[in-house]
Design a protein around this ligand. Structure first.
Ligand code: SAH
Length: 346
């Protein structure tokens, strides 16, 4: 079966020619899938019935099933749980900001990176998501709210650079003028630091923002939180960010989850400054979200503010991530995890 929603327009044109259809049909089908966001071939009313039947026989049409939606009464944040055609579930989040609607998508079913404070990695990785499955998370959400999605972060479950080809294809299709046409400047890819892939991404010619999950000011502390640091050392990851900036001119984001008593001291802030100063960057401080399977605790508010001030006084751009959807809470991957735990019991 052809995974039709994961085909770029040129690939779809080629497929159409292969089955003896006119090339312009590809443009029509692409628009139905990626602009009009229809749920099936049946809705593609400017195609003949026979072509729709032929497509249904030869193609798989990715269409995620919405199994649960949690809506925050505080700020309108929506958490979605979607079921894939093979029964796995993934979660996505919609955040509403002044500047528009931002969606956070998953890139894999589970994750194999093993970051210590993250709930998404607890059961390991089941499989990669296809480009179509990444796109459809946004399509479902846009249809659900009836408003345009303008920003996209690849910060849900999974490591996007561990699913490189699909992730890159997804970015191309999402920012394609024939699709939703989301500006690359409004797309952020977050990685735990797979250095060769970060460098490869720098060479793709994209204008997206690269975010590195740094979370520690030195190799020793980083390795204790992120096993990937055992493979790619902290300085290599930061150098790859420098390279990304050189190639793209895009300011780097460093994500830094503050874990009480582990990486939040004044000395940590000083070392962090020494590590990243001189890079055109922005530091996003995230009070660690407690995960019930783990013992990490949030830093005290006072400590977080001191950490921020210390960096700011050295001239670093810093923000403390605003917590969204507190009432529908749970850290990354917890909605999916609680759903799976419940299913197991039943
Ligand atoms: N695999 C990618 C993207 C997914 S995670 C990456 O590692 O960047 C998105 C961000 O949330 C990462 O910075 C991750 O380290 C962070 N994160 C995961 N669990 C968290 C938790 N419980 N509290 C705070 N931040 C967390």
């Amino acid at each position: 079966m052809i995974d039709i929603k994961s085909l770029t327009l040129p690939e779809l044109q080629e497929e159409m020619e292969k089955i003896g259809e006119k090339k312009f049909r590809a443009g029509q089908i692409y628009e139905w899938m990626h602009v009009k966001l229809v749920d099936s071939f049946d809705e593609m009313t400017n195609l003949s019935k026979s072509l729709r039947e032929k497509l249904a026989e030869t193609c798989e049409y990715t269409c995620l099933e919405n199994v649960q939606t949690l809506v925050s009464e505080l700020d309108g944040t929506r958490k979605y749980l979607f079921r894939l055609s093979d029964g796995y579930v993934v979660e996505s989040v919609l955040m509403r900001y002044q500047h528009g609607n931002s969606v956070c998508i998953s890139t894999q079913v589970g994750c194999r990176m093993g970051c210590r404070f993250c709930a998404s990695t607890i059961g390991g990785k089941a499989r990669d998501l296809t480009a179509g499955e990444m796109l459809d998370q946004i399509y479902r959400i846009q249809k659900d709210i009836g408003e345009r999605v303008s920003n996209l972060v690849m910060m849900g479950t999974g490591e996007p650079l561990d699913n490189y080809d699909n992730a890159v294809k997804f970015i191309r299709m999402l920012s394609d003028e024939h699709g939703l046409n989301i500006s690359q400047r409004n797309i952020t890819l977050s990685t735990c630091g797979i250095v060769p892939r970060m460098r490869q991404l720098a060479d793709e010619g994209f204008q997206i923002t690269l975010a590195l999950s740094l979370h520690a000011p030195n190799q020793e502390k980083r390795k204790a939180l992120l096993p990937i640091a055992g493979k790619y050392e902290i300085h290599e990851a930061v150098d790859a960010c420098r390279y990304y900036y050189e190639k793209t001119g895009r300011r780097i984001t460093f994500e830094y989850s503050l874990v009480g008593g582990q990486n939040d001291s004044k000395e940590d802030a000083k070392q962090l400054y020494e590590l990243i100063h001189g890079i055109n960057c922005h530091v996003n401080l995230i009070p660690v979200n407690p995960v019930k399977e783990r013992s990490y605790v949030q830093s005290e508010r006072k400590v977080i503010v001191e950490f921020k001030n210390k960096l700011e006084n050295c001239g670093i751009n810093v923000t403390i991530r605003r917590e969204m959807g507190r009432d529908i809470g749970g850290a990354c991957g917890q909605l999916r995890k609680s759903y799976m735990d419940k299913e197991k019991k039943e």
